[in-house]
Structure formats: structure tokens, C-alpha cells
Design a protein around this ligand. Structure first.
Ligand SMILES: [Zn+2]
Ligand SMILES: [Zn+2]
Length: 165
């Protein structure tokens, strides 16, 4: 017997990178993972598979929800653009964006039943762009205040639609 040799600790390796030694385990499925594979979440280190699975459960929106967000944000943006034609100065465009942006975001949240989408912010941006472009190009022209309104409005609307985990 070779009892003289010190007992070697069992080495574990990353499940995806068999050559990387690691002691880290996913706290959900227990698989071993190296630092590159681990994702730091509020509930500890998890593997990418488990994080993806969590996301699937967390982001429960359907495609129709995303289309609704585009629609709502486009409509409100269009209304804003029409209002802008009567008050063509920059400060008013700023003010209007600050009011209508969060308003559109909130409306979109409600009509989609507050379901969460990873692409909600993007959908809001697309809607803002659509509404602004349609009214801007067809009717009042894309003035500086219209562009400013569009940019601010989009960022406020999408801000409302970001979901923290
Ligand atoms: Zn896992
Ligand atoms: Zn790895």
C-alpha cells in the first residue's frame, strides 16, 4: 500500500472546459464551472444554462406584447409630433418628451399586462422612431425639435420598459 502518500484532494474541472480546474459549482444544478462560465446573480453563482432557464421563466411576454409596445409607443409619439407642430420651440419639445415618454412606457406596460420582455426597450425605441418618422415625413417635416423630441421620448419610454432581475 502507498499509505505514505498524502491523500490528494479530489480535483474538479469545469463541465464545459475539462482542462480548467475549479472548485466553483452552480448553486442550482451543482455542475462545476470555471470563472468564465459562472454568472454572478443576486442569489449566488450560477451556470449559464440555469441563468437562461431563469430568464425563460422571468421574461414571459409574447410576440404580440412586443408588437403592442411598438404600436402604443408609435401612437403616443405621433400625437406628440402633432402637438409639436403648434409649438415649434426646443424647450417645448424637451418638456413634451419628458411627459410623453414615461407615459407611453407606462401605457405599454399596462396593455401588455406587465408581462416582461427582454426586447421591450427595443420595441419602445422602434415605436418611437416609427411614430416620429411617419408624422415627420408625411406632414410637418423633421425639424430639429422633432428629432430632439424623438430621441428623448424614445429613451424615456424604453426606460420604463426595462426589467431588472
Ligand atoms: Zn446550473
Ligand atoms: Zn468553463
Amino acid at each position: 500500500m502507498t499509505a505514505m502518500e498524502p491523500q490528494q484532494e479530489e480535483l474538479t474541472y469545469c463541465a464545459l472546459h475539462p482542462r480548467r480546474e475549479t472548485a466553483l459549482r452552480c448553486n442550482r444544478c451543482e455542475r462545476t464551472m470555471c470563472h468564465e462560465c459562472a454568472v454572478h446573480t443576486p442569489v449566488g453563482y450560477r451556470c449559464r444554462e440555469c441563468v437562461k432557464e431563469q430568464d425563460r421563466q422571468f421574461f414571459d411576454a409574447r410576440l404580440t406584447d412586443e408588437l403592442l409596445i411598438v404600436l402604443v409607443c408609435a401612437l403616443v409619439a405621433a400625437v406628440g409630433m402633432v402637438v409639436l407642430t403648434f409649438f415649434r420651440f426646443l424647450l417645448f419639445a424637451l418638456l413634451l418628451a419628458v411627459i410623453l415618454g414615461p407615459f407611453a412606457g407606462e401605457c405599454a406596460r399596462r396593455v401588455t399586462g406587465r408581462r416582461r420582455s427582454q426586447r421591450a426597450a427595443l420595441a419602445a425605441g422602434v415605436g418611437a422612431l416609427l411614430g416620429t418618422l411617419v408624422v415627420g415625413l408625411l406632414w410637418q417635416g423633421l425639424t430639429l425639435s422633432a428629432l430632439l423630441f424623438a430621441a428623448l421620448y424614445a429613451s424615456f419610454a424604453s426606460g420604463r420598459l426595462r426589467w431588472g432581475r
